[in-house]
Ligand binder design. Structure first.
Ligand code: ITT
Length: 200
């Protein structure tokens, strides 16, 4: 078994990540810690700031930053997803989307660190914003997001159904492949983590 410390305030993320990494022989330990979320242009920048803040933790350390991107709202709430949800919940999104295209996507950038080494892994799922909130599963924006190919929201699906296709599961399966020794050279390159100017 490989041990990984996942640092986050979000228990829902931990539950999903734990299940996704288990088949790779990776055991996830959750460390609850509030990490800096600088005002940044992309998820990767935020992810890197989070990794900077966990340098004191030995061994493999995993963090991730996620967001809901709505093209009709110029990708809002995007990197501001956590802040926006905390203050406003869903109603303004429904109001802003009246008469506009409802397509949306969830994105995750997961960052893995071990001493001086860093890796970044991305995952995305496309879908649309539901007409109204539905379902009690998941967390965050799950009640208002209908992934492509589904006729229900993430919050109406089971944890396994969400993990089969979610942005987070897609990014984190790559973490599992990396840890199990099957990661591609591109994704294990530090330059991927450090490259600027690319929207995550
Ligand atoms: P950290 O401590 O890991 O930063 P967080 O909840 O603040 O946890 P983010 O900064 O990545 O996480 O914020 C992303 C926001 O989007 C936050 O409000 C989440 O609840 C929400 N979110 C992230 N992943 C989601 C998912 O899979 N389904 C629904 N909402 C999600």
């Amino acid at each position: 078994m490989i041990d990984v410390t996942f640092v986050s305030t979000n228990r829902g993320k931990y539950r999903e990540i734990r299940e996704v990494l288990l088949p790779y022989g990776v055991r996830v330990h959750w460390k609850r810690r509030t990490l800096p979320e600088p005002q940044a242009d992309d998820l990767e920048e935020v992810m890197n700031a989070k990794l900077d803040a966990v340098r004191d933790i030995p061994g493999y350390v995993l963090v991730e930053d996620s967001g809901l991107f709505i093209p009709a709202l110029r990708d809002f709430p995007g990197v501001y997803s956590a802040h926006f949800l905390r203050i406003w919940k869903f109603t303004p999104i429904f109001r802003l989307l009246k008469g506009r295209r409802r397509s949306a996507s969830f994105r995750t950038v997961a960052g893995l660190q071990n001493g001086p080494r860093r890796w970044a892994f991305r995952g995305e799922v496309h879908g649309k914003i539901a007409p109204r909130a539905a379902g009690r599963g998941g967390f965050g924006y799950d009640p208002i997001f209908i992934p492509d190919g589904w006729d229900k929201t993430f919050a109406e699906g089971t944890p396994d159904e969400k993990n089969a296709i979610s942005h987070r599961a897609r990014a984190v399966r790559r973490v599992g492949e990396q840890l199990a020794g099957r990661g591609s050279r591109l994704e294990s390159s530090n330059s991927v983590v450090r490259r600027k100017g690319r929207r995550a």
